[in-house]
Design a protein around this ligand. Structure first.
Ligand code: PLP
Length: 345
């Protein structure tokens, strides 16, 4: 049975965490003169709940996990950084990841001076499990996967993810930032079966809250305890906790928006396919499309001149000549199609 403490960095294992005033006493209706706050009530004069008890209970209910299996971070990016800091000894340990994928994994590894090894996806943008495992050695602490993947937009085969979870004796992180846009079920429902699984999700995409910076990590109670032990005490601010609690009351509204984005994705694919300059659209399970075009850089510049900003991914391995386009509102998508239709070589 996988024990996260067996691969934890010794300094983290031995860490005595900062104990905040709110850790030591957190009741209500008392006179709080323990944290050097300004006593005049503005709704924001108090430090936030360091463990986000209310918010975590609510998110846990929506996601059908226990609150103890959930970590909330300042974006998923915080969870990525904390996982690396907790488990990877700088200049000793390494991380294995798939390529191409989300750029933050490597940036966080580089910042922490942790070697980052990448195995190319197959030509169908799927995991090459053998290539991944070939990169693993006794110092590999973590594998990073992303499904649906950014930037290739497709979902990974579930069997491949399960295979890595079963073969690899370290932590497998599966980033599901785009899972709400997918027809697949995702891997979160298997959380209790795999003590080495960490699932990342976010409020930045489907929930429409990129501005409040709130990310989720789901894992075993032991792994979540480690993340909570090393995070900054007040990592989720009062405004973010409040806004998230409000939005979680409106899950139906989020579902409607997701449905609309998925319908719009279908329309956009149909319209793009009618354009000569679009050579290929990668199969998408996300809220964006990868389109392959001739002279990608020129078209990217042309669109900027028309005040339309897409992401140039044309130099990314397996994505040569591709532009990444987020599904916008119907009006935005129409403007994009019109501009592309007017492009002259
Ligand atoms: C957008 C995105 C995220 C979200 O990061 P946040 O820090 O939560 O905003 C995470 N992973 C991937 C692959 C993404 O594309």
């Amino acid at each position: 049975m996988f024990d996260p403490y067996s691969i934890l960095r010794p300094n983290i294992l031995n860490l005595i965490p900062y104990s905040s005033a709110r850790d030591e006493y957190s009741g209500a209706n008392a006179i709080f003169i323990d944290a050097n706050e300004n006593p005049f009530d503005s709704g924001m004069n108090r430090y936030p709940d360091p463990y986000q008890i209310k918010l975590r209970q609510k998110v846990a209910r929506v996601k059908k996990v226990l609150p103890e299996q959930l970590f909330l971070g300042n974006g998923s990016d915080e969870a990525i950084d904390l996982l690396i800091r907790a488990f990877c000894e700088p200049r000793v340990d390494n991380i294995v990841a798939m390529k191409p994928s989300y750029g933050m994994y490597k940036v966080c590894a580089d910042i922490n001076n942790v070697e980052f090894r990448e195995a190319l996806l197959t030509d169908q943008y799927q995991l090459d499990n053998q290539a991944m495992l070939d990169l693993v050695d006794s110092s590999t602490k973590m594998i990073f996967l992303c499904s649906p993947n950014n930037p290739t937009s497709n979902s990974l085969n579930r069997d491949d993810i399960i295979y890595l979870l079963e073969q690899f004796k370290g932590i497998v992180v599966v980033d599901e930032a785009y899972i709400d846009f997918s027809i697949r079920r995702g891997i979160l429902e298997r959380l209790n079966d795999y003590p080495n699984l960490v699932v990342l999700q976010t409020f930045s995409k489907a929930w429409g809250l990129a501005g409040i910076r709130l990310g989720m990590a789901f894992a075993s109670k032991q792994i979540i305890e480690v993340l909570n032990k090393i995070k900054y005490p007040y990592n989720i601010n009062v405004l973010t906790q409040k806004t998230a609690l409000e939005i979680l009351e409106k899950e139906a509204e989020k579902e409607l928006q997701v449905d609309s984005i998925i319908r719009e994705r279908i329309t956009l694919i149909r319209e793009l396919n009618r354009l000569d300059l679009v050579k290929e659209i990668l199969p998408s399970d996300a809220n964006f499309l990868m389109i392959r075009v001739p002279e990608a850089r020129k078209i990217y510049q042309y669109l900027i001149d028309k005040n339309i900003i897409v992401r140039d991914r044309s130099k990314v391995p397996l994505c040569e000549g591709c532009l990444r386009i987020t599904v916008g509102t119907p009006e935005e998508n129409e403007t994009l199609i019109k501009a592309l239709a007017e492009y002259r070589y």
